[in-house]
Design a protein around this ligand. Structure first.
Ligand SMILES: *[C@@H]1O[C@H](CO)[C@@H](O)[C@H](O)[C@H]1NC(C)=O
Length: 544
């Protein structure tokens, strides 16, 4: 008990050293922080959503080896981010680091870019997950009605809206409820993975079973792209699936022992997802038969649902598919939770439109209810793109990855490119820092370019990839607002703002005292000066 109390204090003191007072309850244990990362990855349902892109761009080899190949790079990204998160665990995360690590002349604008990229990325994340869930529900209805019922666009949007709104209600509840739910999420996730790894091979009839040489050596490319490029495009499947792990950074202020728990949650969630996901892909490749075109073009619309249908039959497919939908739904609510915390941090610094309104705590639940509903509303707007066709909604999927990569790359590069006094936290890569950062940045830039390619060569307007157009458009608006005469951010935006002297918000009990002892406002305002308290804290942190 005394130890727990000491740990709570050290979390709060570290946060104070970064210029923020404790406002959230630290309700998440390390396992629950891992749960957040793992449930946002939402392994099996995510693989289901993007299986088509691996299957059509190389079949078994892309599913199995593409996955393994991409996982190594994603792990590098996770380690580079973990190192940053460990040094400054605030819910502003990457954005806060961008400020402290950049040169005085560039820090405000870089911060603005990272803040907006994160906000857009997390909101498009909600939209893409919930859209994936909508399509899965439609597939379930389709299977249930023996392929008779096909939902219209308006009906699909109705399902989508119901998902987003119900998740907003869940996320408005108290942090404690949300934290406890994470354990359930992890259990459902893992259960589903093992069903596919163990039960699927057991249920698959012999005529659909594939040989090991097919699973590990057959490359079937039906996309029309040259083989090498098709393989690279297939990497979008693991990238899409294993993403959103930075969400844990955004709940740093709600986690106990955050400087250690958050980086380890990121790295272990990627590691576990990499290994389990590989096993799932191997299992699917063994059990899908060799008629890939048949699976890809089936009226069910979801290759994994079709594989289930072939192996398990209708009833069991519906049972399992319901579980897939449920886990995807949970993934959406975790994503909304993370997005709302990110928007909260950005609004705290005044950068979002209506920041004053958004930076509010609901006194009863102790959660930022206004940002939850703001993000939900934005996702509903983004979801309207689905009415204008598959290409537009695919752009939303891509943006959730590319926008996040903008937010990842900036602080990782800033750390090495600018003169600064970066101090590693307890999670540190030592001499491997620079090589790992370099590998991950090159990989992310390369994949951002790839994500802007259309799914087939010589695309028609309907299957054009609008990622660059949409992301570029939104970022241009953000830039215009920054440089706008008189009202633009350039005239007033100061990066992360300390709230240490701001007592309008209700600090939770006992916080003011421990925080009050450290005079740290200077650290944040100048970004360079260190108070004694700051240095002492680092040492404290290492001991724990
Ligand atoms: C992959 O498998 C398909 C279906 O059995 C076969 O037609 C094709 O020739 C195989 N390709 C290679 C490279 O082995």
């Amino acid at each position: 008990m005394a130890q727990a109390h000491a740990r709570k204090e050290s979390d709060e003191v570290l946060l104070a050293s970064l210029g923020y007072k404790q406002e959230f309850r630290r309700a998440f244990t390390p396992l629950e922080v891992f749960g957040i990362a793992f449930s946002i990855i939402g392994l099996l349902p995510s693989i289901a959503s993007v299986l088509a892109s691996a299957m059509s761009n190389g079949g078994p080899v892309s599913m199995v080896w593409g996955w393994a190949f991409a996982t190594c790079f994603i792990l590098c990204i996770g380690m580079a981010l973990g190192e940053l998160a460990s040094s400054a665990p605030t819910s502003g995360g990457l954005y806060y680091l961008t400020y402290t690590l950049s040169s005085p002349g560039s820090r405000n604008i870089l911060c603005w870019i990272v803040g907006y990229a994160s906000t857009i990325g997390t909101i498009c994340g909600i939209a893409s997950i919930d859209w994936g869930c909508t399509i899965q529900i439609a597939a379930a209805i389709n299977i249930g009605s023996d392929l008779q019922f096909v939902a219209t666009d308006i009906q699909l949007y109705g399902i989508y809206a119901a998902l987003v709104i119900s998740q907003a209600i869940i996320c408005s509840l108290g942090t404690r409820v949300l934290a406890r739910l994470q354990t359930l999420y992890v259990i459902c996730n893992v259960l589903l993975c093992f069903i596919v790894i163990i039960a699927l091979p057991a249920a698959t009839p012999p005529e659909l079973k594939n040989s090991p040489s097919y699973v590990f050596g057959n490359f079937t490319n039906v996309s029309g792209w040259p083989d090498t490029f098709a393989f690279i495009l297939s990497l979008l499947a693991p990238l899409w699936t294993i993403s959103g792990y930075d969400a844990t950074i955004h709940i740093s202020e709600e986690a106990s022992n955050a400087a250690i728990a958050v980086p380890w949650a990121i790295v272990s969630a990627i590691g576990v997802a990499g290994v389990l996901g590989w096993a799932i892909n191997v299992s699917l490749a063994f059990c899908m038969g060799t008629d890939l075109a048949g699976i890809l073009n089936s009226p069910v619309g979801q290759p994994m649902a079709q594989i289930f249908l072939n192996s398990f039959g209708k009833t069991w497919t519906l049972v399992l598919w319901s579980l897939v939908v449920l886990v995807q739904y949970m993934m959406g609510s975790s994503q909304l939770l993370a997005a709302s915390r990110q928007s909260f941090a950005f609004a705290r610094d005044g950068a979002l439109p209506l920041s004053r309104l958004l930076y509010r705590f609901n006194g009863y639940t102790g959660t930022p209810v206004n940002t939850v509903w703001f993000d939900a509303l934005m996702s509903l707007l983004v979801g309207l793109l689905s009415l204008s066709g598959a290409a537009a909604i695919n752009a939303v999927f891509s943006i959730s990855v590319t926008a996040q990569y903008v937010a990842f790359i900036t602080p990782i590069v800033a750390r090495f490119a600018f003169e600064n006094n970066f101090k590693p936290g307890p999670f540190s890569l030592g001499v491997m820092s620079l090589p790992i950062a370099a590998i991950s940045v090159v990989f992310m830039i390369f994949m951002m370019v790839v994500l802007c390619f259309p799914s087939t060569p010589l695309p028609q307007a309907t299957d054009m990839n609008y990622t660059s157009v949409v992301l570029g458009g939104v970022m241009t608006l953000a830039m215009i607002w920054y440089y706008f005469p008189v009202y633009g951010g350039v005239h007033w935006f100061q990066g992360p703002v300390s709230n240490m002297n701001d007592y309008q918000q209700q600090p939770s009990q006992g916080d003011t005292e421990s925080v009050g002892k450290v005079s740290v406002d200077l650290v944040l305002v100048t970004g360079e000066k260190e108070s004694e308290g700051d240095l002492k804290l680092r040492k404290d942190q290492e001991i724990h």
